[in-house]
Write a protein that binds this ligand. Structure first.
Ligand code: NAP
Ligand code: ZN
Length: 348
C-alpha cells in the first residue's frame, strides 16, 4: 500500500477537504498512474452530496475524468510503460466474463462493474476512490491510451462527458443530415454538440440560459432555442430525429418527447435524483422511443479518444486548483460552467 494525497467529502453537507488514501501496490496486471488532470463531472456532485438514493459511502473521493502518466507497471502489462500518457474513465474493473463484458459493454457488467469511485471492488470488499488524488492504480484492461497531440487538460473530460455523448450517437446511428437536439449546455451538453456536429447532424441547442446562445454557436450548434419560452417549444413540435437530454435536475420529459418526429429517439443521459412521470400519448401517437445510456465500454472509449485526436475535438475547460473545488461545485450547480472544470492535480 502507498499512502497518497487526495480530496474527499466526509459527509453530504461537508465541503471537500484534503485527505489521504491508500493505493494498492501495482499487481501483475496493474498500471500505476500519476494523475495530471481530473475533470469535474456533475455525477461527482450528485455522489459527494449523496443525492442518488443514499448510495454514497463516506469518505468519498470523486473524479472519473482522469489523465496522467504511467509511473509503474506490473509484470503482465504489455500495452503500457513508464512515462506513457493514459486515461481512466468511469469504471476500473468488471467481471470480464458475463455476456455484456464479452460484448465490450463492461459498463453494463451483469455481475456489477466497479466504478472509479464509491463502488465495490471486484473482491467485493473495498470501496474505490477516484481521481481527486495524486495517483491511481488500475488493472490494464481499463486503462486508455491518450494522444500527446492534444492539450491534456482538455482531453480529461472526454473520459466521461466525451464517451457518454459519443456512445449513444453511435448506438443510434446519428448521421449527416439528421436533426438532433441537445438539452442542457453543460459538460455533457457541450460535448454532445461538438460530437454530433462532427458527425454531420444539424444540431439545435435547447437551453434555459439565453446567455449561452453565442457559445452554443461557437461549439457547432446550428440553432439555439430557449426552453423557457412556451411558444418556441410549441413551434418545435415533431422536428427532431434525436434528442440528447443532459439535464442534471428533474424536468418534464413529456415536453421534449413531443418535439420528436415519428420514430424519433430521446436519449436520457442526465441522471436527476427524482423520478419524472411520463404519459403514454407522446409515445403512441408518434411511435417515439425514450431510452437511456451509460458512459461507454473500454473499446468504444478508446475509439472515441482516437476519433477526437484525429479531428482535434477536445473539451472547453476552466482549469482550477484543487482548493477551488467547492467553489467549482457551486458554480456548476448555478449553471456557471464553461464548459467543464478540470483540476490541475499539481496543486494537490
Ligand atoms: P452540468 O455541466 O452541470 O450540465 C447540466 C446542464 O443541465 C446545465 O448546464 C443546464 O444547462 C441544465 N440544467 C441544470 N439544472 C437544470 C434545471 N434545474 N432545469 C433545467 N436545466 C437544468 O452537468 P454534466 O456534468 O453535464 O452532467 C449532466 C447530468 O448527466 C448529471 O445528472 C450527471 O450525473 C449525468 N451523467 C450521466 C452519465 C451517463 O452515463 N448517463 C455520465 C455522466 C454524467 P442550460 O443552462 O443550458 O439549461
Ligand atoms: Zn461523469
Amino acid at each position: 500500500m502507498t499512502s497518497v494525497k487526495a480530496y474527499a467529502a466526509q459527509s453530504a453537507d461537508k465541503p471537500l477537504a484534503p485527505f489521504s488514501i491508500d493505493r494498492r501496490e501495482p499487481g501483475a496486471d496493474d498500471v500505476e498512474i500519476k494523475i495530471l488532470y481530473c475533470g469535474v463531472c456533475h455525477s461527482d456532485i450528485h455522489t459527494a452530496r449523496n443525492e442518488w438514493g443514499g448510495s454514497t459511502v463516506y469518505p468519498v473521493v470523486p473524479g472519473h475524468e482522469i489523465v496522467g502518466k504511467v509511473t509503474r507497471v506490473g509484470g503482465n502489462v504489455t500495452r503500457f510503460k513508464e512515462g506513457d500518457t493514459v486515461g481512466v474513465g468511469c469504471f476500473v474493473d468488471s467481471c470480464m466474463h458475463c455476456a455484456n463484458c464479452e460484448r465490450d459493454l463492461e459498463q453494463y457488467c451483469l455481475n456489477g462493474n466497479t466504478q472509479t469511485y464509491n463502488s465495490l471492488s471486484q473482491d467485493k470488499k473495498s470501496i474505490t476512490y477516484g481521481g481527486y488524488a495524486s495517483h491511481i492504480v488500475v488493472t490494464q484492461h481499463f486503462v486508455l491510451s491518450v494522444s500527446d497531440k492534444l492539450p491534456l487538460e482538455k482531453v480529461a473530460p472526454l473520459l466521461c462527458a466525451g464517451i457518454t455523448t459519443y456512445s449513444p450517437l453511435r448506438r443510434w446511428g446519428v448521421k449527416a443530415g439528421d436533426k438532433l437536439a441537445v438539452v442542457g449546455l453543460g459538460g455533457l451538453g457541450h460535448m454532445a454538440v461538438k460530437l454530433a456536429a462532427s458527425m454531420g447532424a444539424e444540431v439545435t441547442m435547447l437551453s434555459r440560459s439565453k446567455s449561452k446562445e453565442k457559445d452554443a454557436a461557437e461549439l457547432g450548434a446550428h440553432h439555439f432555442k430557449l426552453t423557457t419560452d412556451k411558444e418556441t417549444m410549441n413551434g418545435l413540435a415533431s422536428s427532431f430525429d434525436f434528442i440528447i437530454d443532459t439535464v442534471s435536475a428533474a424536468h418534464d420529459y413529456n415536453e421534449y418527447l413531443n418535439l420528436l418526429k415519428t420514430d424519433g429517439v430521446m436519449v436520457l443521459l442526465g441522471a436527476p435524483p427524482e423520478p419524472t412521470p411520463v404519459a403514454a400519448f407522446p409515445f403512441i401517437l408518434g411511435r417515439r422511443s425514450l431510452v437511456g445510456s451509460l458512459v461507454g465500454g473500454v473499446k468504444e472509449t478508446q475509439e472515441m479518444l482516437d476519433y477526437c485526436a484525429e479531428r482535434n475535438i477536445t473539451s472547453d475547460v476552466e482549469v482550477i486548483n484543487i482548493n477551488q473545488i467547492n467553489e467549482a461545485y457551486e458554480r456548476t450547480l448555478a449553471g456557471d460552467v464553461h464548459y467543464r472544470f478540470v483540476i490541475d492535480m499539481a496543486t494537490l
